[in-house]
Design a protein around this ligand. Sequence first.
Ligand SMILES: [Zn+2]
Ligand SMILES: [Zn+2]
Length: 230
Amino acid sequence: MNCIDYRRLITSEPSHIGADAMRHRMACRACADFTRETQQLDSHLRDAMMVETPADLEARVMLAATGQSRRRGRRVALAASVVVVFAAAFTVFNSYSPERLPRHVIKHLYHEAALLVPSETELVPRKRLVQVLERTGVRLTQDIDHVVHAGICYFRGHLVSHLVVNSEQGPVTVLLLPDEQVSKTMPIDEDGFLGLIVPVKGGSIAVIGSGATYPRPVEQKFIEAVEWST
Ligand SMILES: [Zn+2]
Ligand SMILES: [Zn+2]
């Protein structure tokens, strides 16, 4: 893939660019920068739209509207009910069934696609890794090497650890999901990503790479090395 094709794709279909484009971005500094800028703009827009609506918003807006002219009050009430309907639709759209878990994992990867570009080769210090894991209820029972990113993300209604590990097959994303119970291993094979969601005691672990094979070694490592403290 060349730069023109890549940029056309990232601007028209930012959430479905596929592994080919990912590889171009890893190899091309200019396109990596371009993507970062586009995504920053994107996330500012999203933040502006995703303001959480308090449960009593409608009532509060109605209350605020009383005492003002009736016409204005009606208009505000209408706006409030639109917000409430929108929030309800959003909840239904985001139903957290286990069947949708693989799709949500891929979506989350795209949401933070910059993490798949191994630009920071600096390793995450063990202390920081332990802190991140602790905050999401995970204990480390063995050391994990080659961790290049460790962050806490909001995923399907919960805080989860989001790690990126450098492996022989390139960067592999690991999401530790204490609150997601799956009854058996779920494969992920989408847009050039290959991964697995494996059940572990107390939750599940999603491991996703963009190499030619499932990132089994990383999966095995994590199954051995993490434990849920809840
Ligand atoms: Zn390029
Ligand atoms: Zn994340």
